[in-house]
Design a protein around this ligand. Sequence first.
Ligand SMILES: C[S@@+](CC[C@H](N)C(=O)[O-])C[C@H]1O[C@@H](n2cnc3c(N)ncnc32)[C@H](O)[C@@H]1O
Length: 445
Amino acid sequence: MGGRRGRRLPAEPIVMDIERLSHEGRGIAHHDNRTAFVQGALPGEQAHVQVRRRRRRQDEGDALSIARPAADRVTPPCPHVGVCGGCSLQHMDPGAQVRHKQQTLAEQFAHIGDVSPQTWLPALTGPTAGYRRRARLGVKYVPRKDDRVLVGFRERFSPFVADINSCHVLDDRVSVLLGELAALIRRLSIPHRIAQIEVAAGDTQVGLVFRNLDPLTQSDRETLMAFGQTHDLLMFEQPGNESTVAPLGHSQTYLEYALDDEGLRFRFAPTDFTQVNAAINRKMLPQALDLLEVGPDHRVLDLFCGLGNFTLPLARRAAQVIGVEGAESLVERGRENAQYNQIDNVQFVAADLTQTHPGASWLGGQIDRVLLDPPRSGALEVLPAIAKLGPERIVYVSCGPATLARDAGELVHQHGYTLAAAGIMDMFAHTAHAEAMAVFTRTRR
Ligand SMILES: C[S@@+](CC[C@H](N)C(=O)[O-])C[C@H]1O[C@@H](n2cnc3c(N)ncnc32)[C@H](O)[C@@H]1O
């Protein structure tokens, strides 16, 4: 009973002094023998904190007001910042956000991998507003609350969809339509059976995929098509898994983005993986290629290659590139994109890189360079095979700095590589999420 009573949430806000920032961007304070993680508070600040969750010795809450603001504090640019759980660092100056992410990466390298880069790369930064080209928007029909539909991201501290009518970080072409999208779904015959809208924006066109849990009527389809025409959007329905995505009122299956400096154009389906932030993507590609020091005689392995985002630029510089990817649909897209760009020195292979592949052709012969761009879970399982190939340079592009740090430890301490340089890429400004790039070097044995 005592323990349970101890976990009752305090009714009144508690005054706390914020000591530092957690890796996920929350202020850390200590009070009453407890550690508190405070959303919306910065180091050095004194905050009035409403505790929203309580565990044994740990509290989570938000800062209701700040008595002593830090120098890095700014007015959040988004009006929905207190409600929407989408961004957590909008109250921090963008430059300070970047420094925090770099500091986090340095700590993760030290604590998880016991490594430290010889050189720090300057952080790659881009626009801090309207950058988000991919998003999954939650949809919620609330019949009792004035019979409305909400479209947006989850609320902070709750599973509900936040009541927002714009999103500061979402591609402007979609942000301005959030209210109209909610009204559109309300007009359908099944507003309670639309689970989400997947946003996929290309350079010139935007695709919206409506995940309908029940079949749409002909009238629903016409309503969606008319909205698409009015707002110049490519509308899709998705009645089942990804293979069921179908265009509504048009015959276009693909969107497009270009890498103008490389003279390349990529086609992608609205549910394909593409990099969220086009401006950062355009900066990270040349950086990765420079760090890899690819020469015209080199054979290059591009692991977790997706639809060929790195594979095709690499192919412009190397003798041959082999792209390996787990999703068959992306392997197919890679091949289509190679053809679309008239590139013939690439090969795309489907393989699960968490498994070993003894005797696989793509692991045979001389490999001079390796580029890795794994999901957040990292690339631990494939590192022994890479080390055996012994490339002089490995460039690791990471969306999970903690797993990058773990894998860096493995490459350095188990396989004799040097962590020559690393830096962050601010792919998701205003959130605590950081991406990173690292280059590993080894003299060929
Ligand atoms: C961060 S994305 C990078 C894609 C690509 N390099 C790009 O820039 O667009 C990671 C990729 O790894 C693929 N992937 C995830 N798990 C995998 C696995 N176990 N084996 C192979 N590929 C995997 C995903 O399908 C995705 O395409």
